[in-house]
Design a protein around this ligand. Structure first.
Ligand code: SAM
Length: 249
């Protein structure tokens, strides 16, 4: 029995690794459709409630870059259940649109935030005209894009000249001790806790793999610059466990 559980855990880890290599859109969609019912609960539990603080920090930065703009247009990509879109919608005069490829995530988002217009679609081909938005945001989403470069070029395309992309991602701390503690939590503890509540233990095996393999800090700002952004900076948060990227068109 124990052996059987070990084998299926190994199989889950192997497929999490292979999904991380292909990031096939259909598999990513299936995975997020599956985690949708427990996504919010687990998000808050596994981040000890800090995830909302990270979204609030991105919103604060959006307010700063918007300056005196009293009717900003904001797009939240990979919106999931809509928490970052909702946070952005509190900016005075803001008109927020939000997009995700998972219909199940969007069902929840529409229920939670009926004031926001949610659209099903994917980041690599945004259904908007050039230069439509003042801010494009994404919370914990870009790491999952099938084609990151195409996604970032789309963010750039739909932004107005002078507009900003604000992107939050998990970060692997650079401090050696913090990194060790974080990886133990991320790889050993988190998938076990998630397994108690979510149908998809697979998703929580994929999570640490996808974060470890994703370009972070300077490596990601280099991708943003290659996509056309003239400035790209990063701001680590909460002992470097999360990172906010700010890029200007
Ligand atoms: C970890 S969730 C983040 C949700 C939300 N932004 C938040 O702050 O909690 C990642 C989301 O990205 C979406 N996603 C992944 N790849 C995508 C793509 N290529 N285009 C649009 N959405 C995508 C998934 O469906 C999922 O809802």
């Amino acid at each position: 029995m124990a052996k059987k559980a070990e084998v299926s855990a190994r199989q889950a880890r192997e497929s999490a690794q292979s999904l991380n290599q292909t990031k096939s859109r259909a598999s990513i969609k299936r995975m997020f459709d599956e985690v949708a019912p427990t996504y919010d609960f687990l998000n808050h539990l596994l981040s000890l409630g800090i995830d909302n603080y990270w979204r609030a920090m991105a919103t604060k930065r959006a307010k700063e870059v918007l300056g005196t703009n009293r009717a900003p247009r904001i797009l939240d990509v990979a919106t999931g259940t809509g928490d970052l879109a909702n946070s952005m919608s509190k900016i005075e005069g803001a008109k927020v649109s939000a997009l995700d490829l998972s219909p199940e995530m969007l069902v929840l988002a529409r229920k939670k935030y009926p004031q926001i217009s949610f659209i099903e679609g994917y980041a690599e081909k945004l259904p908007f005209d050039n230069a439509s938005f003042d801010v494009v945001s994404a919370g914990f989403g870009v790491r999952n894009f099938e084609n990151l470069n195409e996604g970032m070029r789309e963010f750039y395309r739909v932004l107005k000249p002078g507009g900003h992309a604000l992107i939050i991602e998990p970060m692997i701390p650079r401090n050696a001790l913090m990194k060790k503690l974080y990886l133990v939590y991320f790889k050993k503890v988190l998938p076990k806790i998630a397994g108690l509540f979510s149908k998809s233990t697979f998703a929580y095996d994929y999570l640490p793999h996808s974060v470890e393999k994703f370009p972070q800090a300077e490596a990601f700002t280099a991708i943003l610059k290659k996509s056309g952004f003239k400035q790209a900076n990063f701001f680590p948060m909460t002992f470097e466990t999360s990172i906010l990227y700010v890029a200007k068109k």
